[in-house]
Each structure stands twice: as structure tokens, then as C-alpha cells.
Design a protein around this ligand. Structure first.
Ligand code: PRX
Length: 659
């Protein structure tokens, strides 16, 4: 986050009381009730979570124990002995409870006229059919299935179909490159890949299947590739491997009765890759009982989801936000979840507000980067539409700066609506720190308080809680049902990354402070992870993509403050001895990174540098590079360990030439 944003947050003193209207019907109605829930959860955490798990989900077999955990050993099990099925909880059980004809998914395609509504009954039939297709292709419980798809209903069907038969899905965001897809498929050894011909985006067709063909050249585990016809483009289909979704699902021979597999609570549910500070992306593993309990629980309390609401989370299902808050949380509760294929600014910057009015959306959950980009387009776009159906607004992905908060509150929320600023991570499975819309007095820019039962704290390097307004490490001191259970195939990395630094605690990698009223202010990552438009990108990943280019000898990547994206990528590149600096090469390197990782990893700035600031032991001093990237020309702190202090002046000169 930029220095100005941090400063404006430090000055932020405004408090907004929660609304009184509708408060009596809310799941959590007051701060007093919130405190009671916290006390109850602190006194008897297992009792608290067991009650939620039983109340929110249907279990085929009750669990024998609530929690068996040793955080130090990275061994965590929730609801052992319990058996359940996620598709059953998200679909089947609603059919007999008066929701058969209720809209489960309202899908708005990118073209305005492309709308599909799936009732729970229709969703059931689609999911059973696709589950039967997967089964007919030999997919069994525990097998991995990769999903590389646009935001179309088939993505949700495929996720739920996997859970129905006990297969483990791994969704790969469709904006990732062939190389990224390949790495992810190879890591989890997926047996089947589901994709589409192309993605519709801002009026264009962006090919998808050709990335798949490239990726699958080196994915021996993949036996079949199922393709959804979305954009109607001609694509090559490899005989014996590639199959059309519609043909498979329409096969009259298909036995579409597909019972739900009884899963153990701790059976893996899905793998989702996310960036860390070192090496390749980690395959974060979530399991069945704890994850679903937590997704349903947080959706109910944080968004105050009620039975007649239209709920819209604008994330892509390729990220954890889409998993927990488009698919699993809302559907487990029998809610109506809106899924949108397009982008906020096409065909015009009021697309979101148009959709809010069109479907009378009640709960709206988006990211600060979206708010900031729409803010720039001017308030007149918001005023063209009736937004009066809205009652709760949400934010996720990065700290929301007070200016964006106020705009969101005033122009989308009519100066009245609560904004739940939700802090969480791929690893946490669901929201951890957030206001409750009808209970918590809000301070713009603060995620406010931990949810009941979540023992989040800000600690110093020794693991002791810091005093008010002192910065520190954001940790969680007690297990919660939604927490990750592993890094796929790498138990040691799992333990080291999250549980090693602070004995018995989960380390989030974020820095935060707690103010004098107990409000938590998340300041951003402490490790080498950049948050670009709310998406995590490891500097190490971008660096290794850059040095894979023959012209590059060395590269160092840092985050730079960006007005809309929050942070953007700034790369320092030292060229190989016989290479000359040029604008063409700069453009080529940007294209190269897009191709290696995906458009979100494209460096905003590439600065050619003859040398990088290194300590005598050869370690790059990123602190200095970060300062130069953000435009500072002095105050570099202690530089006495640098092997060549002259490098700094050269880097500053190089930056000035660039800007
Ligand atoms: O730095 C925090 C930031 O996003 C990181 C998690 O990224 P990811 O795993 O991709 O999940 C994003 C969606 C949950 C965190 O470590 N972050 C997320 N939400 C917030 C946030 N930072 C501040 N405030 C938030 N509300």
C-alpha cells in the first residue's frame, strides 16, 4: 500500500454506527451480542464450533471429536469421524426444504441478453449429469480434476460435481498462462482437465483452449480434456483426449443418477494454488467438513444472508473468494448467488450498477481496486441506476483506503449502508476479521474485529502481543475450522511457512496494528508477496520468469504503490553482457512475463540496472529497491552492509530517466 494511504489511515478517526433498520432480523444484532458470542467461543471453542457445524450442515454420520490439533506439528483435524458430502449440503438437502424452485445461481453472461437462472432442482440435475460424466471417464474419489474456465455456470457445476463424487478440484484462474496452468496440473497430477473454447472479455474473444493444448504437451497425468463451447470459436480437438461437454452430458447412455459419495470430514475437498515468498506457488489444501462449516458460517454472519436475498460476489471463481463466497458459502445456506461473466467497465462503467438494479441485488461484495477504478469514472455512472435494493456492502483483497471507503459508502451505499471490510486469505478458507453489518461501528480502512472464535492477534518477533498502535505480525493463536490442512505434496513447506516462526500460532504473513479501541488495521504483506489488484503475486515467481529470458542476467522485483491496483510490479533487470538496453527489449520482457505467468504478473515498470544493491554476502536489499520504486531518493536507512553503495545513486538516476 502507498505511503499516502497508510498515512491517511493513521489519521482516520471517523466512526460510522451500524444501521438500525432491519437490525432485529439480523443474524448478529448488536455489539453486545457479538461480545457474548466471543465469550462463549473463548470459553468453549469446541462447543461453539460443534454447534455451528451441526446447525449449518447435514452430516451422514456425526463426528466423534470436534478438534484434534497440534499447531506446532502442523497437524489439524476438525470433526473427525464425521461424514458428509458438499454437493449434498449445497444442493440436495434444499430440494426437500421448500427451496426446490428457488434460484440457486443467477448467471449474467457478458452479453446483456445472456442470462441463465438455475433453480436448486436444475442445479441438481446439471451437477448430477456432470458428476456422472466424470465418473464415466474413470474419475474416482481422491482423483484430482483441474478446472481452467471462464465465469460460466459450468464452472460451478464442475466444482460441485467433483465434490459429489469425492474428486478433488483445482481451479486455475483463466487469466493464467499455459506455463502456469502446466505447473499447477503437474503439481497435483490431475487426471482430467475441464476448460472452454475461449473467454468472452470486454467484447473480445480470448482463446483459452490453445493455452490448454500448449500446457498439456507435458502433462502426462491428464487423460481427458473436457471442453465447454462458450464463445463458438473453432478450435482443434485432439482425438481420444478432447471431448465436448455438451456431447458428453447429452449422451443418452449416460446414467445420470449420481449418488453422493460419503466423505470423511478430513478428506481433501480442493486444492487452490497461491503465491508465496519463495519458489513455485503452493497448492493450498482445504478439506471437507471444516471448510464447508466455515464458508457457510461466515457467509451467514458477515453478510447477514437471508433467504430472500440476491447476493452478488464479483470475484472470479478462480480465486478463493469465488470458491467460498460465490459457490460454497451461499449455496450451503440455500441462498441465491449471482455469477457474472464480464468486467465492471464494459460496455460502460455502470455495468455493475446496471446489474444491481436488474436483479435487485441486496448484498454486494467486491474489491477495493474495483471501487477505485469505478471511482475514477465519475459518480454520474452510479446515479443512472436505482441501487436501493442494496443493504450490505463488502470489500476484500487488500486494505480499502478511506477515500475509496467513503465513495463506496456514499455513492453505492447512499450514505447509509454498512461496509464489511473482510480480511482473510486463501489459506484461511473464509473471512477471519470483519465487521458484522448490523453490529459493528465502522472505521473506514479498518477490518475491525476478529469474528467470534477467531483468536487473531498482532504480535512482536517473540510472539507477544504488542501494545496499542504498535505494528507487528498478524497471527492466529487458535485453530479454526476453515484453516488450510496442507500444502499439496509438501508437508514440510506447510509447517515451515505457517507454523514455525511463532510456536503454536498460524502466521499470516501480514503486518497489522490494533488501535486504542481494539480495531485491527491490516497494513499489508511483510514478506515478498505483492498484492496487485487484490491478487497475490510472489516476487520470486516474476523474477524467475524474467531470468528465464536469454537477455536477462539478473532480476529483482518489488511492489510499487499504484493508485488503482493498490500495488503494481516494478522490476529491476540487469542484462546479459552482450545485450543492449532498448524499448523493444523492455516491451519484449513484459510480453514474456505475461506469457510465462499471465497478464496479472506484467511488470508496470522495467528499469534496466547495471547492478543491484547487494550485501557483501550477496543478498539483494529489497528494502532499498522498494524505496526507489516508490519514488524516494533519500532516507535509505543503514546501507553500511552494501558491497557497493554507489549502486543506489545509479538506480535513482535510472528511475529519474524513466519517469
Ligand atoms: O495481504 C492480505 C490481503 O490479501 C492477502 C490474501 O490474499 P489471497 O490469499 O489471494 O486472498 C485474497 C482474498 C481473501 C492477505 O494476506 N488482504 C485480503 N483481504 C484484505 C487484505 N488486506 C487488508 N484488508 C483486507 N480486507
Amino acid at each position: 500500500m502507498s505511503q499516502t494511504n497508510i498515512e491517511s489511515m493513521l489519521d482516520e478517526k471517523r466512526v460510522f454506527e451500524p444501521p438500525f433498520a432491519r437490525r432485529d432480523n439480523a443474524h448478529v444484532r448488536s455489539m453486545e451480542q457479538y461480545r457474548e458470542l466471543c465469550s462463549r467461543a473463548d470459553e468453549d471453542p469446541e462447543g461453539f464450533w460443534a454447534e455451528r457445524a451441526v446447525k449449518l450442515l447435514d452430516w451422514f454420520r456425526p463426528f466423534d471429536s470436534v478438534l484434534d490439533a497440534d499447531m506446532q506439528q502442523a497437524d489439524i483435524r476438525w470433526f473427525s469421524g464425521g461424514r458428509l458430502n458438499v454437493a449434498y449440503n449445497c444442493i440436495d438437502r434444499h430440494l426437500t426444504r421448500g427451496r426446490r424452485n428457488k434460484a440457486a445461481i443467477i448467471w449474467q453472461g457478458e452479453p446483456e441478453e445472456d442470462v441463465r437462472v438455475y433453480t436448486y432442482q436444475m442445479l441438481h440435475d446439471e451437477v448430477c449429469r456432470f458428476a456422472a460424466v466424470l465418473r464415466s471417464l474413470g474419475v474416482k474419489k481422491g482423483d484430482r480434476v483441474s478446472l481452467y474456465m471462464p465465469m460460466i455456470p459450468e464452472l460451478a457445476f464442475a466444482m460441485l460435481a467433483c465434490t459429489r463424487i469425492g474428486a478433488v478440484h483445482s481451479v486455475v484462474f483463466a487469466g493464467f498462462s499455459a506455463v502456469s496452468l502446466q505447473n499447477r496440473i503437474q503439481d497435483c497430477e490431475a487426471k482430467v482437465l475441464v476448460t472452454a473454447d475461449a473467454v468472452l472479455r470486454a467484447g473480445r474473444r480470448i482463446p483459452l483452449k490453445n493455452n490448454v493444448d500448449e500446457a498439456l504437451r507435458q502433462c502426462p497425468s491428464v487423460e481427458k480434456c473436457i471442453v465447454v463451447r462458450r464463445a463458438g470459436v473453432d478450435i482443434p480437438m485432439e482425438a481420444g483426449r478432447d471431448l465436448w461437454w455438451d456431447e458428453l452430458a447429452a449422451d443418452p447412455e449416460l446414467d445420470a443418477v449420481c449418488p453422493c459419495e460419503e466423505m470423511e470430514s478430513e478428506d481433501p475437498l480442493f486444492i487452490l494454488y497461491t503465491s508465496g515468498s519463495t519458489g513455485r506457488p503452493k497448492g493450498v489444501v482445504h478439506t471437507t467438513g471444516g471448510y464447508l462449516t466455515y464458508a457457510a458460517h461466515t457467509t451467514q454472519w458477515v453478510f447477514d444472508l437471508q433467504d430472500d436475498d440476491v447476493y452478488w460476489c464479483t470475484a472470479d471463481a478462480g480465486w478463493i473468494t469465488g470458491h467460498s463466497y460465490i459457490v460454497y458459502g451461499p449455496l450451503a445456506l440455500g441462498g441465491t448467488s449471482l455469477m457474472f461473466e464480464g468486467v465492471p467497465t464494459w460496455p460502460s462503467p455502470d455495468r455493475f450498477w446496471h446489474i444491481v438494479q436488474k436483479f435487485r441485488v441486496n448484498i454486494f461484495y467486491t474489491a477495493p481496486t474495483v471501487v477505485r477504478s469505478l471511482m475514477r469514472e465519475g459518480v454520474e455512472w452510479t446515479q443512472k441506476h436505482d441501487l436501493s435494493s442494496l443493504r450490505v456492502l463488502g470489500s476484500v483483497g487488500e486494505p480499502i483506503n478511506p477515500e475509496a471507503w467513503m465513495w463506496y459508502h456514499n455513492y453505492i451505499g447512499g450514505g447509509k449502508l454498512p461496509i464489511v471490510d473482510t480480511w482473510w486469505q486463501t489459506e484461511t478458507g473464509g473471512i477471519m476479521i470483519s465487521a458484522l453489518p448490523y453490529a459493528t461501528p465502522l472505521k473506514p480502512g479498518s477490518a475491525t474485529f476478529p469474528l467470534p472464535g477467531i483468536d487473531a492477534a498482532v504480535v512482536d518477533a517473540e510472539g507477544n502481543a504488542v501494545e496499542a498502535n504498535q505494528g507487528g505480525y498478524l497471527v492466529v493463536r487458535r485453530p479454526w475450522p476453515g484453516m488450510l490442512r496442507g500444502v499439496y505434496g509438501d508437508p514440510e513447506r506447510f509447517r515451515q511457512t505457517y507454523f514455525e516462526r511463532f510456536a503454536g500460532m498460524y502466521e499470516s504473513g501480514d503486518g497489522a496494528r490494533v488501535d486504542e479501541d481494539g480495531y485491527i488495521w491490516v497494513m499489508g504483506r511483510l514478506d515478498d508477496v505483492i498484492n496487485v489488484s487484490g491478487h497475490r503475486m510472489g516476487t520470486a515467481e516474476v523474477e524467475s520468469a524474467l531470468v528465464a529470458h536469454p537477455a536477462v542476467a539478473e532480476a529483482a522485483v518489488v511492489g510499487m504503490p499504484h493508485a488503482v491496483k493498490g500495488e503494481s510490479i516494478y522490476a529491476y533487470v540487469t542484462l546479459a553482457a552482450d545485450e543492449d538496453e532498448s524499448e523493444e527489449l523492455r516491451a519484449e520482457l513484459r510480453t514474456w512475463v505475461r506469457k510465462e505467468i499471465g497478464p496479472i504478473a506484467t511488470p508496470e515498470v522495467i528499469q534496466f540496472a547495471d547492478g543491484l544493491p547487494k550485501t557483501r554476502s550477496g543478498k539483494i536489499m529489497r528494502r532499498i529497491l522498494r524505496k526507489i520504486a516508490s519514488g524516494e531518493t533519500s532516507e535509505f536507512g543503514d546501507t553500511s552492509t552494501l558491497s557497493d553503495p554507489g549502486v543506489i545513486t545509479d538506480l535513482i538516476d535510472g528511475r529519474l530517466e524513466l519517469t
